[in-house]
Write a protein that binds this ligand. Sequence first.
Ligand code: ADP
Ligand code: MG
Length: 394
Amino acid sequence: MRPILPGSTGSDGRPATLGVLGGGQLGRMFVHAAQSMGYLTAVLDPDPVSPAGRVAHFHVQTGYLDEQGLAQLMQRCAAITTEFENVPARALVTLGAHRPVAPGAQAVATCQDRAEEKGHFMRCGVPCAPHAVVAEAGDLGRVAPGLLPGILKTAQLGYDGKGQVSVPSADDLAAAWEALGRQRCVLEKRLPLAYEFSVIVARAADGQVVHLPPQQNLHRDGILAVTRVPAPNLSAGDARLAIEQATKLADSMEYVGVLCVEFFVLADGSLVANEMAPRPHNSGHYSIDACDVSQFELQVRTTAGLPLVQPRQHSAAVMLNLLGDLWFAADGGAEVTPDWAGVLALPGVHLHLYGKASARRGRKMGHLTVTAPDAAEAERVARQAAAVLGLPAF
Ligand code: ADP
Ligand code: MG
């Protein structure tokens, strides 16, 4: 692909425009990165006040499969990316017929379906949880007893722990499948986790791959709460292995763009791939403030066909997610503004708010990243920040 250079003018005389399908916080941070490099930006999202739509130069306000909307986006944009895992792969097929689209529809479709995704892990020789597909009632009786206790997950459209039901024993499986609406699901064996981490790689159209340092992740109620980089428990050998595996997963899909692979480390020390996201990832937000090239700049570069360079982490980082719960007093009363002045008085605190119209419990409203010369200092300040905001201790 010929690079789309920032500031270059197209046949319409306008500076080059990069487009993103989806208007959430990931799209917003992509838009910020693209704009800082001199691109115009366009967002397609049905929400009139989407976080990315509010900051892009152009907002095409239609559904993801609206033909006129997709045509408008193509007409505006020299290249297009996506930020939303559940953007219908069909929309990417339509766009991809006329413009460079990264990542491609096929790779996104693989990552959108837990059964396909696990199939890809196995084809690449990357260990994943023992599992079975439950697509119809007849499959319930065929599940191997060794998969229990397990977790039943919808094959598609799950996120932040949604679309999952714990299945303690074989007797609970039918009820769990009912509870998920009898749709195609994957039953996974519940594994004894020591901790979780993730790796972000970016792959260019010519096959070059770069990575961010792996990040260790702590979840609360199925939602990412804290990310630490460097990952305190991860050995250098396991970090290398995970980067190799993520690279293999990207290569064999001929992936173009930013790909995040989530891993479990089990009690016996072995690595297991959990899932992939075909886009920047919440656990990579620290890279905005702690690396010389962020995951969003990597997305801009892969979308526009610009060169990739290996990012360098210049500061230790701890990232804290800011959920809507923070906006509500403990007694459940009126909305309050969290004590931003209190946290910004601490050294190395970078506040990112996504501009969402209203706070809801469990909704990702923003994050803050604490950067410091070393991990111990980042940890110390992050704990102080959590205490100021009234976040649970970690
Ligand atoms: P989501 O798409 O919601 O992120 P995940 O499959 O990543 O779904 O599951 C969310 C969290 O649930 C994981 O980060 C992990 O903490 C836990 N989890 C998921 N699968 C398993 C498993 N097989 N064994 C143990 N814990 C699991
Ligand atoms: Mg996950």
